[in-house]
Ligand binder design. Structure first.
Ligand SMILES: Nc1nc2c(c(=O)[nH]1)N[C@H]1C(S)=C(S)[C@@H](COP(=O)(O)O)O[C@H]1N2
Ligand SMILES: [Mo]
Length: 309
């Protein structure tokens, strides 16, 4: 077991008392406070999670935390990259519940605390490749989505999983405008959802997930374009049919259901061959399946990879 401690809390992290105590409350109710207390909380250092390392992590250097938390796509809080960090403070992340419904033996609404009870949280350092041709390396804290899905006992006809973000226009200014068909929706095929690389993240850099990164719980599917990794999830539905997704509905010729990272298939308006790694000067070559082909290519054998953008 590896105890992750945040090395130093900046004054900007502790000045907002509401956020600070909100976070403490989350840790306590999620049953995470015990470990934190055991190693001794002080006002200058604080452990948010106890985590284990994962063999799925990349050893590439993580993108600095200030970049990961200030350069975001979260259209519920505005369409500019710095809008989510500026506006997502209005999102109320506690209490939080996720309804899991549809084709399963034990549909249930789980509180965040229920979801995390008995779960081993892992450090998963993954590449994130946005469809806009920029990328980061993000040290997530999370656990396999498949472990949660197994708890509801999926039925044989559960072929897909649909996800929805919270719909709360009073908290999410972007939802007061018709940018997308709210709430944000995404989906995976069942085998993609059960794949060990697919995680639900609740933290990054060993700390509680910042609101702008999808607090309190978001999907991360590292071999697909970033828009598949839906934030602030309140609903998960097991279903027989392929789910309707927000970006595919908005612009079907630009954003497909599969959206596996593929340098050989260009976006209608730009090349996907290279990417800008945030914090680096020169561009990198984009890798097939974002470099996760060894683990996931077999999921798509027999599919025409030039079509499933
Ligand atoms: N609900 C919701 N989820 C979302 C988005 C969004 O606008 N709304 N943007 C997506 C896109 S395009 C990307 S690249 C990633 C960005 O995640 P990050 O801001 O944590 O890096 O979130 C994805 N999840
Ligand atoms: Mo994206």
């Amino acid at each position: 077991m590896l105890i992750v401690r945040t090395p130093d809390i900046k004054s900007s992290d502790i000045t907002d008392r509401k956020l600070y105590f909100g976070r403490r409350e989350f840790m306590r109710t999620a049953g995470l406070g015990a470990g934190a207390t055991a190693i001794g909380l002080t006002s200058s250092a604080e452990a948010a999670f106890t985590t284990v390392k994962s063999p799925f992590s990349t050893d590439e250097p993580p993108t600095p935390k200030d970049k990961i938390t200030s350069y975001n796509n979260y259209y519920e809080f505005g369409v500019e990259k710095d809008d989510p960090a500026a506006n997502a403070g209005s999102l109320k992340t506690a209490p939080w519940a996720v309804a899991i419904e549809g084709e399963c033996a034990k549909p249930a609404t789980y509180t965040l605390e229920d979801i995390l009870k008995g779960v081993t949280l892992e450090d998963r350092i993954y590449r994130l490749r946005c469809v806009e041709a920029w990328s980061m390396v993000i040290p997530w804290v999370g656990f396999p989505l498949g472990d949660l899905l197994k708890r509801v006992e999926p039925a044989g006809n559960a072929k897909f999983v649909a996800f929805e973000t919270l719909y709360a226009p009073e908290q999410m200014p972007g939802q007061r405008e018709r940018i997308l068909d709210w709430p944000y929706k995404e989906g995976l095929r069942m085998d993609e959802a059960m794949h060990p690389l697919t995680i639900l993240a609740v933290g990054l850099y060993g700390d509680v997930l910042p609101n702008q990164d999808g607090a309190p719980i978001r999907l991360v599917v590292p071999w697909k374009y970033g828009f598949k990794s839906i934030k602030s999830i309140v609903k998960i539905r097991l279903q027989e049919n392929q789910p309707v997704t927000a970006w595919n509905t908005a612009t079907p010729n630009e954003y497909g259901f599969y959206s596996n990272v593929n340098p050989a298939v260009d976006h209608p308006r730009w090349s996907q061959a290279t990417e800008r790694r945030i914090g680096e000067f020169s561009r990198r070559k984009t890798l097939m399946f974002n470099g996760y082909g060894d683990q996931v290519a077999s999921l798509y054998s027999g599919m025409d990879l030039t079509r499933y953008f």
